[in-house]
Design a protein around this ligand. Structure first.
Ligand SMILES: [Zn+2]
Length: 357
């Protein structure tokens, strides 16, 4: 891992200093040099250079230090893995063969998926091999019973769906964790710092498990051929109400939740689209006027134009659903055709791959 991060750092720094953005050029300029100072085998060298370039593209203005979080990225040339547990990894001492114990659940669920890349990561004294698997999905079975379902993410309810289901907010949990965090931060002692580090891991795992649970429950009622509509992510953080809620909100990983809903839905043969969220919480889902009271009034929406009132999150989920339906009608598309355009992005075409790890 140290060697891999050293190689990646070298290629990354070189690419930044010389403003290189082509893989071929960077490879030509750095490969021999890396082989000169590093013990890495050739496949891992190539992967390190690739990772350096991808990282440079991803974080344009920030200098990344690869030694802070050690890992090795593997691809099919540098490792192999199957669900019976046989595994081999390229290392600086040649190929390392391992017998891994694969939990039954994973073998059952992903056994027939195609094994793609992997990342070897470290957490404390433990090593983890995160294996990426993929498979082609069956075409969505679109029929008369296919529905369009809007899903609104928020803090009052973590999620509300336009078929009338609510998933409890988690503000209490976050508030508690955040309170503990700020008390520890103000203390500043060595043991407080250690606690703080544990807390961030705990918060991450807590969030992830809630997000998994909620997405699983949402998708459990989704059928093949249904279309799921969510807002694109620019909106989630900037809209909504007040400083305190925004602070709580920024602590929650809505991005992760949306990703989990997306891949679980695709796996079931649903279609997934995102729409812009402008004013989806201000607009009336019945008369589509935006001349309304501000939401936040105990999570209740009230329309000044037509008098309609409704749970605010539910109203937003209706709007998301209607926007996707409207866009599809305007474009004259059948439900199984991808919606293309600047404002709506689509995933889940019949040949799309679902990726899990
Ligand atoms: Zn109205």
């Amino acid at each position: 891992m140290l060697e891999f991060s050293r190689a990646t750092q070298f290629a990354y720094d070189y690419a930044r200093a010389n403003r290189i953005s082509s893989w071929k050029t960077l490879h030509e300029k750095t490969y021999r040099k890396i082989r000169g100072f590093s013990m890495l085998p050739s496949q891992l060298c190539c992967k390190a250079i690739k990772l350096a370039l991808e990282t440079k593209r991803g974080c344009r203005n920030r200098k990344v230090d690869f030694r802070r979080e050690l890992s090795i990225q593997y691809d099919h040339r540098s490792y192999s893995f199957d669900f019976s547990g046989r595994c081999s990894l390229a290392t600086i001492n040649g190929r390392l063969r391992l017998d891994l114990r694969v939990p039954e659940y994973y073998a059952k669920t992903y056994g027939d998926w195609e094994v793609r890349g992997a990342a070897l990561c470290r957490s404390g004294k433990d090593l983890f091999l995160n294996v990426i698997v993929a498979k082609d999905l069956p075409a969505p079975a679109i029929g008369a019973s296919s529905r369009t379902i809007g899903i609104d993410l928020g803090i009052n309810n973590l999620a509300a769906t336009s078929d009338g289901r609510f998933f409890k907010g988690v503000n209490n949990h976050i508030a508690r964790l955040q309170g503990l965090r700020s008390r520890l931060q103000s203390k500043g002692t060595k043991s407080a710092k250690r606690h703080l580090k544990n807390l961030s891991g705990r918060q991450k795992r807590f969030m992830r498990s809630i997000n998994h649970e909620v997405s699983r429950r949402i998708v459990s009622r989704i059928n093949s051929g249904d279309m799921i509509v969510m807002e694109n992510l620019h909106g989630i953080r900037s809209r909504r109400r007040g400083k305190v809620l925004n602070r709580l909100l920024s602590g929650w990983s809505f991005f992760q939740l949306r990703q989990l809903i997306e891949y679980k839905a695709l796996r079931k043969g649903a279609i997934f689209v995102t729409v812009p969220a402008h004013y989806s919480s201000r607009e009336c889902s019945r008369c589509h006027e935006s001349r309304t009271e501000r939401p936040g009034n105990a999570g209740f929406f009230h329309c000044l134009n037509c008098g309609y009132s409704c749970n605010a999150d539910l109203n937003a989920s209706f709007n998301l659903r209607d926007r996707a339906d409207a866009a599809r009608n305007v474009l004259g598309l059948f439900v199984n055709q991808p919606i293309v355009g600047d404002s709506i992005s689509y995933s889940g075409k019949p040949t799309a791959s679902a990726v899990g790890s």
